[in-house]
Write a protein that binds this ligand. Structure first.
Ligand code: PEP
Ligand code: MN
Length: 363
């Protein structure tokens, strides 16, 4: 898949060596809550941006829907008082107009909005000619194309200060998470658009405070570019997302405990790494040759079954095959879950090859 994105880099967002940190309450609730939270967050030197939700997308119609534009003067005051830059979620063109009128420094498009190309297009039109950066959260479901499509729509109206926000994905089995991280998706986004800054939102991935550190650290270990993290002066009384918000003082501890690793090392380190990588390249090449040979044998089997009018699937054989490979893999110390996924994938491809043979008149 090729992408069509012309963007500037994370340096446009950052003003220090530490990755970008956007912190603030899930929702702006009152002038006092906005101001007190901002004053406490401004004491953390790593926090440069203040987030607050004004128009809250709620799953059910009876939830707190935010105070709307009434909070804009509160944010203006908080900015004057603390120097923090203000970041707000926009879901409608009207929200953009109001934010621009109030000197908001950055806006973000929420997960529910990203999922709707009509809405994203409307927002893009309203952003034409606008100079402030725009963040695009991943859509709720794990569809990287939809995420890229939204980024492209925003970029197509001339906005180059763009970053993606990884906030996890809806899934029926989320394990301990509120939204499954599925790290392979932001990694693939980085592969496709290397310049695009990706900011991790551990708050909406975790849904609870206890998991925030682990997710934030992992995002840094995966060379992500920053954090958007919810912080509230009094989390247990928060009107939205109470379980995942952190007190500013706890946020400070979390940020101070994060280990920042470099993406590249010294010359010696890079030479050594390159040597090991060359060995990995050779092993991968062998692996591909072996896979090619295996698929060749599968073709042979497919033709033989066809000639003899035998079904593609023999469940006994499949069960034995998986069992014996798992046993061997186990003895070698390979992770069982990984191995099972791999075997299922290889088997799926074998079925596909044999189906093609069965359906092809010439074979
Ligand atoms: C939020 O950031 O408070 C929010 C509603 O996030 P998301 O769009 O990721 O659910
Ligand atoms: Mn929230």
């Amino acid at each position: 898949m090729s992408t069509n994105i012309d963007i500037s880099t994370i340096e446009d967002f950052k003003s220090s060596d530490f990755p970008l940190v956007i912190a603030g309450p899930c929702s702006a609730e009152s002038q006092e809550q906005v101001m007190q939270t901002a004053i406490e967050l401004a004491k953390i030197s790593k926090v440069k941006y203040y987030r607050a939700g004004l128009w809250k997308p709620r799953t059910r119609p009876d939830g707190f829907e935010g105070v709307g534009s009434a909070a804009l003067p509160w944010l203006e005051e908080a900015k004057k008082e603390t120097g923090l830059k203000m970041v707000v979620e926009v879901a409608k063109p009207k929200h953009i107009e109001k934010c621009l009128g109030a000197g908001i420094d950055m806006v973000w498009i929420g997960a529910r909005t990203t999922a709707n190309p009509f809405s994203v297009q409307e927002l893009a039109e309203a952003l034409r000619g606008v100079k402030i950066p725009v963040l695009v959260k991943n859509p709720l479901h794990p569809d990287i194309k939809l995420w890229i499509g939204a980024l492209e729509r925003i970029n197509a109206v001339g906005i180059t200060k763009i970053a993606a926000v990884h906030r996890g994905f809806f899934n029926y089995d989320n394990g301990p998470y509120r939204n499954l991280p599925m790290w392979e998706i932001p990694i693939e986004l980085k592969r496709l658009i290397p310049n695009l800054p990706i900011i991790c939102d551990p708050s909406h991935i975790s849904g609870r405070r206890e998991l925030l550190f682990e997710i934030a650290q992992k995002s840094f270990d995966l060379a992500m570019d920053g954090l958007m993290i919810e912080s509230h002066i009094n989390p247990s009384n928060a009107k939205t997302d109470a379980a995942q918000q952190l007190k500013p003082a706890d946020l400070k501890t979390l940020l101070n405990n994060l280990i920042i690793r470099k993406e590249y090392g010294s010359n010696d380190f890079e030479i050594m790494l390159e040597n090991i990588r060359r060995e990995v390249d050779d092993i991968d090449s062998e692996l591909l040759q072996i896979l090619y040979r295996r698929m060749g044998k599968i073709e042979e089997i497919g033709r033989y079954k066809k000639e003899n009018n035998i079904t593609i699937l023999q469940i006994d054989r499949l069960r034995k095959m998986i069992k014996s490979r798992l046993k061997t893999g186990n003895e070698l110390g390979l992770d069982n879950k990984f191995l099972l996924k791999l075997l299922q994938l290889v088997h799926k491809e074998s079925i596909q090859i044999q189906t093609k043979i069965m359906n092809d008149d010439k074979l």
